[in-house]
Design a protein around this ligand. Structure first.
Ligand code: ADP
Length: 257
């Protein structure tokens, strides 16, 4: 509690009147703490791929100077590229957040087939991961939206399913055309999320403690996804049962042109 104002005393120095405001700063403190934690997590998240990149470059330097094995050179170039992509992804998330804060997240809308896009995103994850992705529902749906941002939301949700349900292996992606909107859902069969954590999931920097420490991340993916969906006039949410898995979903209105 923070008290601001003036206290008036009588001649015996006993307070007789207090004028001012009493502020409950518990929420303020929680957000401040979240911000401090975020800075240390973000620095750590950037440091890890940077250290790995530096090591790859040193090894490459040696390999090139000693005319080393070309396969090894390729291997370390790939490694360096992966580290760079990780850093790029982190920096893009940070830039997205500052754009959101400044009210400058611009949408660049076009007509495109969202069914095709979901399919492509699933293919990409199938190639790079070990999970079984099952795609269900309507394939041929045109929407008017920002293609790369909607793709970012879909990839975020699928990546989270891969990351936070590593043992379940199966992920079901469903795309459904409704009267006025299209609904996309990503279901995993992992640990699920405790009931009391769900209201915070889409907050900036929020990570569930039990999962947060094990996996890398900044707690920004769902916050950015929610902003993108809401800017399109859609809704985003999650149904989750602790122990059984989670279904993250979002909708995009159809008729907006
Ligand atoms: P990040 O993955 O960088 O932590 P997100 O905003 O994407 O950030 O997710 C916030 C938190 O929500 C995660 O840290 C994780 O604890 C939880 N979460 C997200 N998706 C899932 C999921 N499919 N299953 C369980 N927990 C999840």
């Amino acid at each position: 509690i923070r008290v601001q104002g003036k206290i008036y005393y009588n001649s015996e120095e006993t307070p007789v009147r207090i004028l001012g405001t009493v502020l409950d700063i518990t929420e303020f403190k929680r957000l401040q703490q979240q911000k401090d934690d975020f800075i240390s997590v973000a620095s750590h998240e950037l440091k890890t791929p940077m250290t790995s990149l530096k090591a790859s470059i040193q090894i490459l330097d040696k390999l090139i100077k000693t005319n080393g094995n070309p396969d090894k050179v390729t291997q370390f170039i790939d490694k360096a590229n992966t580290s760079l992509s990780k850093m790029q992804h982190l920096i893009e998330s940070l830039l997205n957040v500052s754009k959101i804060s400044a009210g400058q997240l611009a949408l660049n809308k076009t007509n495109f087939n969202i069914g095709e896009m979901v399919n492509e995103s699933c293919d990409y994850i199938r190639i790079t991961g070990e999970h079984v992705l099952i795609l269900k529902g309507d394939a041929d749906i045109e929407i008017y939206a920002d293609r790369s941002k909607i793709e970012q939301v879909i990839v975020n949700l699928i990546n989270n399913a891969v990351k936070y349900a590593p043992l379940s292996r199966k992920i079901v992606v469903e795309i459904k055309k409704r009267e006025r909107s299209v609904k996309i859902s990503v279901q995993d069969f992992g640990e699920g999320i405790a009931y009391d954590k769900i209201p915070h999931l889409f907050e900036r920097y929020y990570r569930v403690d039990s999962t947060g420490l094990q996996y890398s991340g900044l707690g920004l993916g769902l916050y950015i996804s929610a902003e993108i969906v809401e800017r399109h006039g859609g809704k985003i949410g999650v149904n989750s049962d602790a122990g059984k898995g989670s279904t993250f979903w979002f909708t995009i209105p159809l008729q907006e042109n």
